[in-house]
Design a protein around this ligand. Sequence first.
Ligand code: BGP
Length: 474
Amino acid sequence: MTLLNRVQKLPRDFVWGGATAAYQVEGSTQVDGKGKTMWDDYLEKQGRFSPDPASDFYNRYPEDIGLAKKYGLNAVRVSIAWTRIFPEGYGQVNQKGVEYYHKLFKECLDNGIEPYVSLHHFDSPKTLFDNGDWLNRKNIDYFVDYAKFCFNEFKEVKNWFTINELISLAYSQYIAGTFPPNHHFDVTSAIQAEHNELVAHARVVNLYKELGLPGRIGLIHVIQPVYSISTSIEDKHAAKLQDAFLNKFLLDGTFLGYYSDDTMASINEILQLNDARLDIQDGDLAILAKAASQNDIFGLNYYQNQFIKAYHGESENHFNGTGDKGTSSFKFKGVGETVKKPGVPTTDWDWNIFPQGLYDTLKRISHDYPNCKTIYVTENGLGYKDKFVSPDKIIDDTPRIDFIDQHVAALLKARSEGVNVQGYFVWSLQDQFSWANGYNKRYGLFYVDFKTQKRYVKKSALWFKELADTMNKE
Ligand code: BGP
């Protein structure tokens, strides 16, 4: 059966969305009372690229929501910039920021586009970041206060995600060193930040339920399924450790409400080999346990898998932040080394293209975590160097269409086998900058000329429209 035939069988309320994140699209980082995030001074000092004007979504959101509607989408993922609401992360509320998000949500709803809203997407307030960010337990209290404010204020929002990709934030900050504060293989900080963020998430979910609010709440994990490159016991063990570190620790904490013995055996092995430790405070596990069955929705971001082989040397990481194929490598002391598998294609940024991984992940989560009731794929897409030809020529991003097509097919296969997945958000709605790569890694359905801020349609947007129109046919 073709993809379109299968799409035709989907229920009318299946979600086709486009995803964004506040800091990556809004620009206007210093207007209307916004406070600084952990990125502003860092990017300025680094001098590689500026977060302004980004995709100028702060001003151009009506145009982008209009495009979403015109091309058949029925949802968008946006995030609230914590520092537009509380410039310092806590204390005084900034009314201009509050007004902005009311206007944005109204624009969405007036156009039949459902907003799915994250409270934290990599953009910690600078004041809190300077005091330890998620490593400081006080941060959890401030996050709960911020969430409570948003729940009471933005009653029009019915779908909430607390935090986006806890592993990517912790990993990029403390393992790969590509996000501030740029630590390398600081395993203690990485695992501690993840645990603290899980506690923050769980406290917010528990609060949401205590307030008796009518919407739905959850969080977003990016899952990178890990496969052993061989059948050797050593390589298989390396894959198990890497999976515990990237995926299982967070899935357990979210949906079991505790870290299983099996997971902790792997985590403890990694901690020991890296002279690291994890501090779980009294009461933390009770908070996780209470929240575990109360998540209404789960956002799964999926881009790629990993192939792993055993490695016993010192840790090293080469990050491909330029799109020069073949320049990345990752070796994690006592865990393993990522390797390429012949026959599995990769992007210019060395990411494996492996739709099977999305299918396997959906099946795994629904099998291993019955508390995970409703799944949305909240990010999936291809980073690509799109070529602009002329204003009257549609931008040809056929490789992106192929990528999305294969991944939607994997989603539909898992769904046909009983996995409750209710929607797909492409990363990204319009082109936006990439955190550690800058403006040349594009993902959008709509091309953004970052000089003029004009939007141009890509072939993938037309493809998406066909998909949505097919679903809506009688
Ligand atoms: C996810 C983030 C997004 C986005 C995407 C693509 O991890 O949630 O914000 O950036 O990945 O990643 P990148 O920009 O590194 O290619």
